[in-house]
Design a protein around this ligand. Structure first.
Ligand SMILES: Cc1cc2nc3c(=O)[nH]c(=O)nc-3n(C[C@H](O)[C@H](O)[C@H](O)COP(=O)(O)OP(=O)(O)OC[C@H]3O[C@@H](n4cnc5c(N)ncnc54)[C@H](O)[C@@H]3O)c2cc1C
Length: 419
């Protein structure tokens, strides 16, 4: 390669950004993790020049979106403004898709030119892994298009909302994948809220919840009792029901236990994996849970062999809950780690915090909740929950208070990320 030729993956054309005035911290992905890394790095290291590179033009929240599916909250509540976040927090929002990372030259390639970095944070979230169901790209594309999972925001959620709102009756299949999938409680919350909608609208429909796991993976008492007491005629919960065959033309699935289930409509949620950008950047490896998640030091979030690159959020390999609060609180800590490098000091490890409210009815809004930190078990070489507490009483005052808590939690998180 000639010395003037662009490095592999990059274009040789610089992105239209002003020259950096201090150490440049490039954050890829404006989700729950990237937004908090960008804001707090600038706060903890005011001389840093922070650039948030995000492919979306506006933020639409996954948390609370199950309530929007059934018309219980407006889309405006979920939608937020990247430009405002950048203005208020004194960083640059650069709207582009990152296509590669040239680690040797500390440069990322984007759909709108190359950007040099001093520190790089990769917070691109998850991708789906359909390989447990099919390796045929045509079949995978049909699943993605006709029965989207609804676990990555945007068109998938709109498709799912329309499916629910227009549903005329029959079986509506939802699935719970194995592995450490995005948002453990969300498929159960979604089942409750869709069943609630069918019940209220008098739709002769049933949610068939096919769970690959042997039991409800979180808040089991709360969800289990809601399924039984509120939605006995509207939810059929089937544990240990991994799908082994999907016949889209005849609209039926077969489970590992040999059952055949017909469906009128569905949202098939496959296993998750680390976002493919990590693999492309050469910073991924299989974790004990999922394919190709960040290859990082689990305390500092630094990529192994590249202490100037970090991976945070749902793309991390640790067994933390893949949830918004976890990603956001982790972002605060990673910002401290980067600021300490810039400022020449050190920080102590801080546990991420999982706070998660799940609605079980829409009107009145009643919810259950979990609150937990994490501790490292040196023998098992793995993290486990620490100081976990749940409130799974959805009936009575607790449920109503949790319902209010859900909305004020989300409002607080949006404030933290955008103001
Ligand atoms: C239906 C549903 C309900 C949920 N409910 C809750 C809840 O109640 N509470 C809770 O705490 N969590 C909940 N979650 C989980 C939560 O949404 C995720 O854990 C959280 O979004 C993870 O944050 P992240 O920053 O890692 O990824 P994301 O929020 O997915 O952000 C990743 C960002 O990276 C961008 N990106 C990806 N690739 C590129 C690229 N190449 N170039 C530029 N940009 C890129 C994406 O556009 C995206 O904006 C829910 C999720 C779903 C789907």
């Amino acid at each position: 390669m000639s010395p003037d030729a662009p490095a592999a993956g990059t274009s040789g054309t610089s992105a239209p950004l002003p020259a950096a005035k201090g150490p440049r911290v490039v954050v890829v992905g404006g989700g729950w993790s990237g937004l908090s890394v960008a804001k707090y790095t600038k706060k903890f290291a005011p001389n840093a020049d922070v650039v948030l590179v995000e492919q979306r033009t506006e933020f639409i929240s996954c948390p609370v979106s199950n309530l929007w599916l059934v018309g219980a909250i407006p889309l405006e509540f979920l939608t937020h403004d990247y430009l405002q976040a950048a203005r208020e927090n004194k960083y640059t929002y650069f709207n582009a898709t990152v296509t590669g990372v040239d680690k040797a030259n500390k440069t990322i390639a984007t759909s709108n030119g190359d950007i040099k970095y001093d520190y790089l944070v990769l917070a691109p979230g998850i991708d789906y892994d359909y390989s447990g169901w099919t390796t045929d790209p045509a079949m995978e594309m049909r699943l993605r298009t006709e029965y989207p999972a609804g676990f990555i925001p945007g068109s998938e959620h709109i498709s799912l909302r329309n499916k629910v709102q227009d549903f005329e009756g029959g079986n509506f299949i939802l699935t719970v994948p194995g592995g450490n999938y995005r948002c453990l409680p969300a498929p159960y919350e979604r089942a409750c809220l869709i069943a609630d909608f069918f019940k209220k609208e008098g739709i002769n429909g049933k949610v068939i919840l096919l769970d690959e796991n042997p039991h409800i993976t979180i808040k089991a008492d709360g969800f289990g009792s809601a399924f039984e007491k509120l939605y006995g005629d509207y939810i059929e919960y089937m544990p240990s029901s991994k799908i082994v065959k999907i016949d889209l033309d005849n609209k039926k699935v077969e489970t590992e236990l040999g059952e055949t289930i017909e469906f009128a409509d569905a949202a098939f949620y496959p296993h998750v994996r680390g976002n493919k950008l990590l693999e492309k950047a050469g910073v991924a490896k299989d974790s004990v849970f999922n394919k190709m998640e960040g290859n990082i030091d689990v305390f500092s979030y630094e990529v192994v062999g590249h202490p100037d690159i970090f991976v945070t959020g749902d793309a991390r390999p640790m067994g933390f809950s893949k949830s918004g609060n976890t990603s956001n609180s982790e972002g605060h800590y990673v910002a401290k780690v980067i600021a300490a490098k810039i400022n020449g000091n050190k920080v102590k490890w801080e546990s991420p915090l999982t706070v998660c409210y799940s609605a079980v009815t829409a009107d009145p809004m009643r919810a259950i909740s979990v609150n937990a930190g994490y501790a490292f078990n040196a023998e098992k070489k793995a993290f486990g929950f620490a100081n976990a507490s749940t409130n799974e009483k959805w009936d009575g005052k607790d449920g109503l208070n949790n319902g209010k808590g859900l909305i004020s939690w989300a409002t607080g998180m949006y404030n933290d990320m955008f103001h």
